[in-house]
Design a protein around this ligand. Sequence first.
Ligand SMILES: CC(C)(COP(=O)(O)OP(=O)(O)OC[C@H]1O[C@@H](n2cnc3c(N)ncnc32)[C@H](O)[C@@H]1OP(=O)(O)O)[C@@H](O)C(=O)NCCC(=O)NCCS
Length: 209
Amino acid sequence: MDDQAVWTTRCPTLVTNRLVLRPFRESDLDAYTEVMTAPEVRDALHLPGTYSREEAWGAMAAWLGQWELRGSGQWALEERSSGRLVGRAGLHRPERQDWPGLEVGWALHPTRWGLGYASEAGARSVAYAFEELGADEVFSVILPENERSAAVACRLGLSLVDERVLRHFPGRAHGIWRMDRETWDRGAADRAAQRRWSPPSTSTTSPVT
Ligand SMILES: CC(C)(COP(=O)(O)OP(=O)(O)OC[C@H]1O[C@@H](n2cnc3c(N)ncnc32)[C@H](O)[C@@H]1OP(=O)(O)O)[C@@H](O)C(=O)NCCC(=O)NCCS
């Protein structure tokens, strides 16, 4: 064996209809900073006003690092028609004691909202969790007022199973959305792609069981 370095990553590249899900690259920094500092994204994720290029770089590195350390993480989302980085999506297993489990998540530049990209990348991510990782269940952790994100979870076939306060975000209950393997195996994800979610008419603060 010669001593040439071999560059590999545990983060695979996947292709969907309109997107490439791929590992983050150094050259994504400008575009990823634009995604994460867009006011709509900042508000939805409750990012501090100080969130900047520096934090965006740290986040990119952490997503790629999570793939290397845990064999799952979020992908950079590249729009096939333009070659632009338009957001991120994938799987998240943070080191948090009260985290429900393997989470599927998404964030897009607001110019790409309303196109179905999050659902497209989310569906591939859920499939990756169940089929490639052999997960028993997948969660999504969503603030009740984040109706767009809840709509994506619903379209993918996840169900709202709980609302609770998590330690990384004290004082506010998050909705806990879940899909188990049985549901996945029944093909509910395909059928759920046709569903549309509407915000509940009653208070969103009471626990849903
Ligand atoms: C959450 C977020 C990713 C959702 O994005 P989104 O564009 O609303 O979700 P989708 O990609 O699934 O797009 C769905 C919309 O595309 C429409 N659409 C258009 N073409 C479509 C297609 N070919 N396929 C599917 N849907 C399509 C759908 O009808 C739907 O329309 P609507 O917005 O009028 O309901 C986005 O709002 C975001 O980045 N928010 C900030 C970050 C965030 O909150 N992340 C989640 C934290 S929990």
